[in-house]
Write a protein that binds this ligand. Sequence first.
Ligand code: PGA
Length: 248
Amino acid sequence: MLRTKPLIAGNWKMNILPSEAVDLALRSSEGFDEQATELLICPPFTHLQALQAVLSKGISLGAQNCSHRLNGAFTGDISVEMLKDLGCKYAIIGHSERRAYYPQETSFIPQKLQCLNEYGMIPIYCCGEGLDSRNSGRHFDTVAHQLEQDLSSIEDDILKKMVIAYEPVWAIGTGKNASADQAQEMHLYIKKHLKDKRGIHLQSVIYGGSVNAANAAEFAQMPDINGVLVGGASLKPIEFTSIIAAFS
Ligand code: PGA
């Protein structure tokens, strides 16, 4: 199977001011080679307008979430069409922070995937087990259950184009990353699961959870780790450029 260009995604979460966004994106992309990797910035919604300026540098833009409705009277929501109009190519869906803080999040995932498909945007669908599940050896079952629950109603054509981010909850923002072997094993499991259950050859499974300049090279060497979703380290340009370099 063709290996896709590694995707290096920075998830800024609820950090950085709109007025600081372009400077951070430019400093974070120094030395980045468009031929070798795809660089994606996922800022808060409010920063997307300003970040139009970096699209011409070959940097992709993504949202951290989107509405599960196409348009209409949904006060405070942001539609996929609006994101598309602002140059977004991707949207993160089902991040564990949203699943934890917003109880309805998980039930909206299928509708969000349909909305993204409607406008030709690529979902970065997040899954991953918690610490209890990992410690009791149930991590594969937990992830299989998430895939079944969230994706069983989604058509094959949509699934084929999606990026899956494997993000073990115990590794997010904790400084305790999964080892490259643990991540590789789960990525292979996810790909095999979708192949066996749905006949789908998934192109891209990326890893997220305490990725930094020191551990990026180990992830980059693994055959089924097709990139990374980086939180904390994406706010530190020197750290982030080293992560990009590790995948180049
Ligand atoms: P982290 O976050 O790199 O700070 O662990 C990753 C994520 O939540 O996507």
